[in-house]
Write a protein of this length. Structure first.
Length: 128
């Protein structure tokens, strides 16, 4: 496995065609429930099984932003197909909905940024 530098990665929100000028894309993990199988006959340590269904997690995105763009994001009220394309052309796609928008920061001699959090819903597809 080779290391991958992030320059060139993109994130697109499906039906809207919105492509964010991302400065950071951070996956917040896929997880499974731990099902406690400990019983009265267990003597050394608790025992567990992994749940069958996974929680597809969230994606946090920081992007370059103009204030007018926030209205476009506010108008997206239903889950969208979110596609992350890596610099090596592999992709990660899932259905996701916007659960948080942070209008970002304004600073002297700096570009305006904003962030959003996407909650994935359903399966995540990884394509090499």
């Amino acid at each position: 496995m080779a290391a991958l530098e992030g320059t060139g990665a993109t994130l697109t929100l499906g039906a809207t065609g919105v492509s964010l000028m991302c400065t950071s894309i951070q996956g917040q993990g896929i997880s499974w429930a731990s099902l406690d199988t400990t019983h009265l006959g267990t003597t050394t340590a608790k025992t567990f099984l992994r749940g069958k269904l996974y929680d597809p997690g969230t994606v946090a995105v920081t992007f370059l932003c103009e204030p007018n763009f926030m209205n476009e994001l506010l108008a997206i009220t239903s889950p969208q197909t979110v596609t992350i394309t890596y610099p090596n052309a592999s992709t990660e796609a899932s259905s996701a909905m916007i659960t948080n928008i942070d209008s970002g920061s304004l600073e002297v001699d700096a570009v305006s940024t904003a962030s959003l959090t996407l909650k994935r819903t359903g399966a995540v597809a990884f394509v090499d």
